[in-house]
Design a protein around this ligand. Sequence first.
Ligand code: UP5
Ligand code: MG
Length: 190
Amino acid sequence: LAEKKPTVVFVLGGPGSGKGTQCANIVQHFGYTHLSAGDLLRAEIKSGSENGTMIQNMIKEGKIVPSEVTIKLLQKAMLESGNDKFLIDGFPRNEENRAAFEAVTKIEPEFVLFFDCSEEEMERRILNRNQGREDDNIETIRKRFKVFLESSLPVVQYYESKDKVRKIDAAKPVAEVFEAVKVVFTAKDE
Ligand code: UP5
Ligand code: MG
């Protein structure tokens, strides 16, 4: 008997588009486990792992950490959760991330939730966040936007071609964005 594969939803969108905020809401209502790839990488830095310095330098430059590092962290977190439904937030960020995740885990996402927001609004949100993230300064923000446009949007386009993207207008207030998100997750269960 084949083991049942976990359900995965990729949550994508530019830096500051509201991925983490909305994932917290989805967890409350729909029983998913939220795995933020960025949070897992930041925890890895804090743990003093041998990859910590490399990860820290890449995040500071807005660059994408090699997929084997990120995928290992995601797989470990999936196993430890005991759940079988996951929101994977902020991953895959480039074509290599996407292909490697699929090859290693054999998992294809159920769908891709894509938060669409203008750079102007995302920049405003990040500069207001004040949580001491080392990449929340204007120089790094510009680099993160560039990497998003050049490397991450093509991943969204790939899934669009497979009819898997559920696009949300993320420029609205948090509660309104969540109303639109709820429609997507409710439709899925019908
Ligand atoms: N806020 C949220 N929604 C709002 C709304 N509707 N109206 C007004 N304000 C709203 O939100 C950002 C801020 O905006 C918050 O203060 C929030 O209250 C407010 P948040 O929910 O945190 O947005 P999010 O999209 O999660 O923004 P984040 O900065 O986390 O996105 P990034 O994609 O930039 O960050 P991430 O942590 O995913 O990645 C960081 C870095 O890690 C990357 O640049 C990269 O270097 C590295 N990384 C990898 O290398 N590989 C990976 O797979 C993942 C990350
Ligand atoms: Mg986030």
